[in-house]
Design a protein around this ligand. Structure first.
Ligand code: FRU
Length: 506
């Protein structure tokens, strides 16, 4: 596997070949990060949904593993697909799946049944029904056994939502220490509702509360999850609910996106902060951030989020081969009070690189070419209020700049933006070639932007990561020039710290 095909991400996760969508079952266990993902082992388009698998010791270098849950009946007569879900370490063997000396990992996922059938458990399902099932692993996540004698463990949505049996999915399970119970959050996508269930053994589940609709409701709600985070790094904790929706993403984005709501959770009910439900809070303001999920098994202050880096509008049409789709860089989350509101902040996790810095007291108006170029880069810009109206960086520029991707700050609108109108191939979707922006107030007139460039993506982190924008681009191979731009005047106190990022696949 050389991982040097056209558009192949060099430091973002991609499957070796074939289709990938949501991250699933993210868990840190016995020194290993496990990344499972929605995968079609039989092709480059969505289908035959199975759980692909990769492992890592550092969240940077990944090793591909055999498919963990293969669609039942693959390839020709599929009776059950393994849709999105999560995994937990059942340290106390509450499930009884463990042995005296081995506690199990347990995965909870959605069983999607393409055909009506009576299951080995004796339960009967409708064609295209979605139910929640579990599987366990006694070898630290490498191989899995589905709980066929009982699955699905949640057959139907609650009685009052019985018309939603075809749209009931994506359980996110975690251990709630205070109440000593398992909690699982899942979605009724069409109703923009989350259902919260609890269990003492991961097998018997009881509905305890609901949340939603709230904030952004312009699309179906999918892939919910819920986790605590320290507020401002202190002893107080708040809970974050992360919800993907399709369509109905941030303004200017015609497709999918991911929102979050901050509040309290008592083991039964999620109560949002008043200031968190006045408007949509976007985890990422770019077009390409969906189905985000965090790792279980890490300390509370160490929450790492990974998303499927595409948009459901064109996720099936992006021009890559022999794989389709990448994940965002892993992002460590924190919760900071900004303007009286608990706000998510994100910091990318990357391997080591050699950074060099350059400083300009005054950077003149116009373009300044850097003596630094490349297709996989980490560029940190800081700069101050000035005469200019816009300041930023052009990446993946061709020699005449007919092809380029612009990332910068608009001092007038107070927005971080990414412009991919002339970034390369975009004909697979009429809305792809666009400009995306996020509101961002500079602090004391100073702005910091961190720009991660890979062979087919740009991710932008504004400030200390209070706003981020993930965006795919498909530039030609030769486009690797980097320029600074200062529009409408000069920009003061410009610092560029940059490094080439090496392939994590060699
Ligand atoms: C989100 C999603 C999930 C579902 C999975 C199926 O992209 O639609 O709701 O579980 O993909 O692959």
């Amino acid at each position: 596997q050389n991982y040097t095909e056209r558009y192949r991400p060099q430091f973002h996760f991609t499957p070796a070949k074939n289709w990938m969508n949501d991250p699933n079952g993210l868990i840190y266990h016995e020194g290993t990060y496990h990344l499972f993902y929605q995968h079609n082992p039989g092709g480059i388009s969505w289908g035959a949904m199975s759980w692909g698998h990769a492992t890592s010791s550092d969240l940077v270098h990944w090793e591909h593993q055999p498919v963990a849950l293969l669609a039942r009946g693959f390839p020709d007569s599929i009776t059950e697909m393994f849709f999105s879900g999560t995994a937990v370490f059942d340290a106390q063997n509450t499930s009884g799946f463990g042995t005296d000396d081995k506690a199990p990992l347990v995965a909870m996922y959605t069983s999607h049944y393409p055909v009506a059938q009576t299951l080995p458990s004796g339960k009967t399902v409708d064609a295209n029904q979605q139910s929640q099932s579990i599987a366990y692993s006694l070898d630290d996540g490498m191989t899995w056994n589905t709980y066929d004698s009982v699955n699905p463990v949640i057959l139907n949505p609650p009685e009052e939502y019985s018309d939603q049996i075809h749209d009931f999915r994506d359980p996110a399970v975690f251990w709630h220490e205070e109440t000593q119970r398992w909690v699982s959050v899942m979605s009724l996508p069409g109703l923009r509702k989350l259902l919260i269930y609890t269990s003492s053994n991961l097998k018997d589940w009881e509905l305890v509360s609901e949340f939603g609709p709230a904030n952004a409701v312009g699309g179906v709600w999918e892939c919910p999850s819920m986790f605590p985070l320290p507020l401002d790094g202190g002893a107080e904790q708040k809970w974050v609910v992360q919800i993907s929706l399709n369509p109905g993403g941030p303004a200017g984005n015609t497709g999918s996106g991911t929102q979050y709501v901050v509040g309290q959770f008592d083991g039964t009910t999620f109560t949002p902060d008043v200031e968190s439900v006045t408007q949509a809070n976007w985890v990422d303001w770019g077009p390409d951030f969906y189905a985000a999920l965090t790792f279980g098994g890490l300390p509370v202050e160490d929450r790492v989020d990974i998303a499927w880096m595409t948009n459901l509008r064109y996720g099936g049409a992006t021009p890559t081969d022999p794989w389709r789709s990448a994940f965002t860089v892993p992002r460590r989350l924190s919760l900071k009070t900004i303007n009286g509101k608990a706000t998510l902040s994100q910091e990318p996790i990357l391997g080591d690189a050699n950074y060099s810095s350059t400083h300009w007291d005054i950077l003149p108006a116009g373009r300044t070419k850097l003596d630094f170029s490349g297709k996989a880069l980490d560029i940190v810009l800081s700069f101050s209020t000035s005469e200019s109206t816009h300041f930023g960086v052009i990446v993946r520029g061709s020699s005449e700049l007919s092809e380029q991707t612009k990332v910068g700050y608009d001092f007038e609108k107070k927005e971080v933006f990414i412009n991919r109108t002339v970034s390369g191939v975009s004909g697979f979707d009429g809305t792809f070639a666009g400009i995306f922006s996020a509101p961002f107030e500079s602090i004391d007139g100073k702005v910091t932007l961190r720009v991660l460039v890979d062979w087919s993506s740009v991710e932008v982190f504004g400030g200390a990561g209070e706003v981020t924008l993930a965006s795919l681009i498909f530039p030609s191979d030769e486009s690797s020039d980097v320029y600074l731009f200062s529009t409408g005047g000069s920009t003061n106190d410009v610092e560029v710290k940059a490094a080439k990022i090496k392939s994590v696949w060699v």
